[in-house]
Design a protein around this ligand. Sequence first.
Ligand code: IMP
Ligand code: MG
Length: 178
Amino acid sequence: MKVLISEDELQQGISKMATEINGQFGEQPLTVICVMTGSIILVADLIRQLTMPVKLGSVHASSYRGDTSRGELELDTSMLPDLNGTNALIVDDIFDTGHTLNAVHNHISRLGAATVQSAVLLYKHGRQELEFDVDFVGFEIPDEFVVGYGLDYQGIYRNLPYVGVLESGDLADEQENN
Ligand code: IMP
Ligand code: MG
């Protein structure tokens, strides 16, 4: 495992994102939508630095079927609060192909939110498969599989306090341990 973004760097990037979001929305109420499970740690750190009245909702999205390749996207939106007329901010851990954020964005837009914007901790370069502009980005990263700070490989590593690159040796070790 190689550390890509340290704990200190993560906190700096998140503070910068929070400052941008505070600057954009001012005192307007914001409904933050946590895309579970990967963004849980980011959301916890980010919303404590937001200064407007914040409501919190969540959707559950899963596209990775225990591997590093993308599977069919499943979206559970049954836990969302009433979004009619609200400013919604979708927060996800990473923008990879863009399919997850695009699907969540389309769904939220249909629920009557006045504005729908998005924020991600990580934006992975060279993987985007559709037109989608993310409004707030913490860090741009190269096309490598990363874990930690919410991001998982086969359900583990989410609790790492830093973002690390899972190296091929780590993957092989995992397979041997299973
Ligand atoms: P997308 O739909 O291809 O943009 O993928 C977004 C989702 O895939 C993220 O919310 C993550 O859950 C997962 N994902 C994409 N890249 C990585 C990675 O490098 N590590 C862990 N999860 C990833
Ligand atoms: Mg995710």
